[in-house]
Design a protein around this ligand. Sequence first.
Ligand SMILES: C[S@@+](CC[C@H](N)C(=O)[O-])C[C@H]1O[C@@H](n2cnc3c(N)ncnc32)[C@H](O)[C@@H]1O
Length: 288
Amino acid sequence: MLTVGEVRDAAQRFLEERGVENARFVSEVLVSEVLGWDRLRVYLDFERPMSMPERDALRAWVRECAGGRPWQYVLGATDFYGHRIEVDPVALIPRPETELLVDRCLEAMKEIRPAHRLRAADVGTGTGCILVALASEAGHAEETQWIGIDRSSAALGLAARNIAGHGLAGVQLVQADLLGPVGQAALDVVVANLPYIPAGELEHLPRSVRDHEPHLALDGGAEGLDLVFALMEQSERALRPNGWLGMELGIHQAAAVRERLGQGPWDKIETIRDYAGIERIVTAYRAC
Ligand SMILES: C[S@@+](CC[C@H](N)C(=O)[O-])C[C@H]1O[C@@H](n2cnc3c(N)ncnc32)[C@H](O)[C@@H]1O
């Protein structure tokens, strides 16, 4: 009987031969999922024999991944900010760099502390991963009115399942174009990971992204900043004075965003680099 280590190595080789990125990591994730283990245990218990039913289940997943399907869609779930998030091709797979946006947003929410009940909107909520992380981590969730906005009704259905799955009652989900239906000075926090890939670059994305993730979640218009700039403009109206705006961006976009913010009613403009040193997040406070 083949051991866990032997099966993992075989899965890795099969994925590598078919050009799957991070084949080692993907094979470990799939093996650990089949066995109901965490990934570390794949290393510790590598000599444990794997049964035929376990290998059959793994083989089916490995084949799907070898065909280019992201492992997160194959498993139907991923982890974000320590929370299990259901994923589906109707919405973008949550990325680790977006956790930096959650970190900064949680800090901003502590700083703002309005006298009234805080109102925070996640624009382009997708799976709802940002809302799940924020509402779970912020503490005193009942003191905040959470709103998730997306143009895609299918994505909102998925977000609703994720929110309910984490027992987060009272989160409002709205199908809308950005902050369209939000009134003047109605919000204290706007957080957004909107589509930011320049339209011309979509075809050059890795196959797993281009062929499997929804274009509505990727396409940011000619320079990639159409929706980001529109959100900044709408946030000038929708945020209360001293309200906070935080946006995730693509590579080489932060300077243009800072410049545009600098021309508007914004203070304390900050940039956060991701793990690769890319200027990934720009934040600002609505001037009083
Ligand atoms: C890059 S994905 C981010 C999803 C999720 N927030 C995350 O961080 O993983 C962008 C999301 O914005 C939504 N979207 C695209 N255009 C929009 C618009 N004009 N108004 C609201 N949402 C929009 C897409 O449907 C998609 O779910």
